[in-house]
Design a protein around this ligand. Sequence first.
Ligand code: UDP
Length: 480
Amino acid sequence: MRSNSRKPHVLFFPFMAHGHMIPTLDMAKLFSNRGAKSTIITTPLNSKILQKPIDTFRNLNPNLEIEIKIFDFPCVQLGLPEGCENPDFFSMNNSEDRQYMSLKFFSSTRFFKDQLENLLETTRPDCLIADMFFPWATESAEKFNVPRLVFHGKGYFALSSEYCIRLHKPQKRVASSCEPFVIPDLPGNIVITQDQILDRDEKTEMGKFMTEIKESEVKSSGVIVNSFYELEPDYADFYKSNVAKRTWHIGPLSVINRGFEEKAGRGKKASIDENECLKWLDSMKPNSVIYISFGSLACIKNEQLMEIALGLEASGASFIWVVRKNAGDEEEWLPEGMEERTSGKGMIIRGWAPQVLILDHQATGGFLTHCGWNSLLEGVAAGLPMVTWPVGAEQFYNEKLVTQVLKTGVSVGAKRHVKVMEDFISREKVEKAVREVLVGEEAEERRRRAEKLAEMAKAAVEEGGSSFNDLNRFIEEFSS
Ligand code: UDP
């Protein structure tokens, strides 16, 4: 930011799920770093997750301004279970419950409208960066002449793919739902199947909600993207010329976290001592460990976890495996004696892992990921080749970016979006993909390409880099 310009006040309003709150907090820190005052809106229970990393940031940067504003979210009054302020609360249950709860949760967030309008009226921020899942926020901001920007938490590739599929509906012209087709108009001849996309009926409640999101985006002042130009230049250009002309890419956002404390403090409290975890990694050879995680929401069935365990063990690779289970859950997913057999070679984290700390360690040599956009970008920033195992949301598009465009990943062979049917991947496929990404000549080539991307990511956020410059342009425009 130019030193003579006024300090802009930016209001951030993330959807209350880790995959949205984590990058938004990173973004708020980044804006503060560049001279803005950042305010993050959240609910009482979620504020407890955000407060500690904010305190850390403030201690490290006493002159920078960042704060939380808490909005009321009376769960019971809204028909949600007590304390249900984050999908974390209900995503462990069976899928029918989950679907019902998701819809209920999404619609309950409209309750924020009056509180947001009050805040906009009294504080008059320079802009509001609100999550895609709050489509009503565009109209609220308009009432007070505050520009509303949309944050999807997705990259250009997925946003452009979704646009092309919505426009051309190629999935309607294939003989079967597993027949591959090329996404029309999208650069790069990207191949996907109907089973891998979320083909939502526009007449359903969720379909209508998605339409509302698209409409509000068109009326908004633009889109902020957690990506960097060099990662997906063709798709950044495509998106800007066909979908949203006003976009700013300012990522990868995770790299704002530089030291141990910031990297370790992202999201929930880790279920492992972070220092112990690093000590363990220190004892391993460079690039020898595969890190396995399905993010903060995906619910993997016991039979599948068992198959992953057996595949991992057969691969002979060293590993850190994050399993999203509550402590005390019955461990029917773990082959008998596996932990003893792999002791010294493998580590299972039950609950929450300090992901970026692990990815950035030199011993970590591969990332088996569900291709959530944050995880994928964190893997890119760490220079890691990946085993791709998409499950839901826009993750299959993200997989195609890694395997078909960047060529830094090996697909495990997931065929179906969870909304179509839960997939099952055999232990043999897990073993093969893990080996393929860690050893051999092709693995080395993949690694070299991945390391090159990490260098580009680093350059993008440094002074004069593409993301650095885009953020400058943004701040200059919205502080005047
Ligand atoms: N994450 C983490 N530890 C975990 C699980 C997830 O730190 O044990 C973080 C991860 O680094 C990423 C976010 O949670 O920043 C997950 O977002 P992503 O888009 O990858 O997936 P989602 O959880 O939204 O499916």
